[in-house]
Design a protein around this ligand. Sequence first.
Ligand SMILES: [Zn+2]
Length: 220
Amino acid sequence: MGRSSIERGLMLASVSGDFAPDLPLGLRNDRVLALRERLAGPVLEALASCPACGSTLECTLGTDLLRAAAVPLDGTATLGDFEVEYRLPNSLDLAYALRFASAVEAAEALARRCVIRAWQGDREISAEALPTGTLEALGDHLDQIDPAAVPSLGLTCSDCGHAWTALFDVADFVWRELAVAARRALLEVHELARAYGWTEGEVLRLSPTRRKLYLGMVRA
Ligand SMILES: [Zn+2]
């Protein structure tokens, strides 16, 4: 708690082994989803609200839909007159992009930051010399190369038929789920500790089945 969304993402990705902040976001999300699968299985129940009528939609999706295939660390792309050698955005880039007030500015700064080298024809140019349109195209290209970085879901409202694309924040979703589970665990410790005089450690060492049975007896 009290950590930024980027720190939270990195913490979740590091649970089953070190995860470097300079690795692509798709890989980070992949690690977060692997953790989620281990803790609660591969089915996610998410809520989305329709931007047209405000209805709440329940969507069920499998982690396999969101997990990264193989994400390259870098690559090159031809964008109009420009040739760009780039690397994939990572957690540090995301932290950098957060300082910009507008989403458009942030996206442009993020794309520019991921340029390793750029050429116009035979002439090498600096990342600063790339026009806005090219940076926009580079941003789209990066999304295609690492779709797991910010997965987008095509949704249709069952009430009004409106169709839209929603962005799914993997780390935020898993963090919220864990926060709910942690709160529930604390309440259960509280109930059982009070009823039986057990310590926190003793309650947490009970298997989930035994904990449930004791809770049932306390609440009966
Ligand atoms: Zn709707």
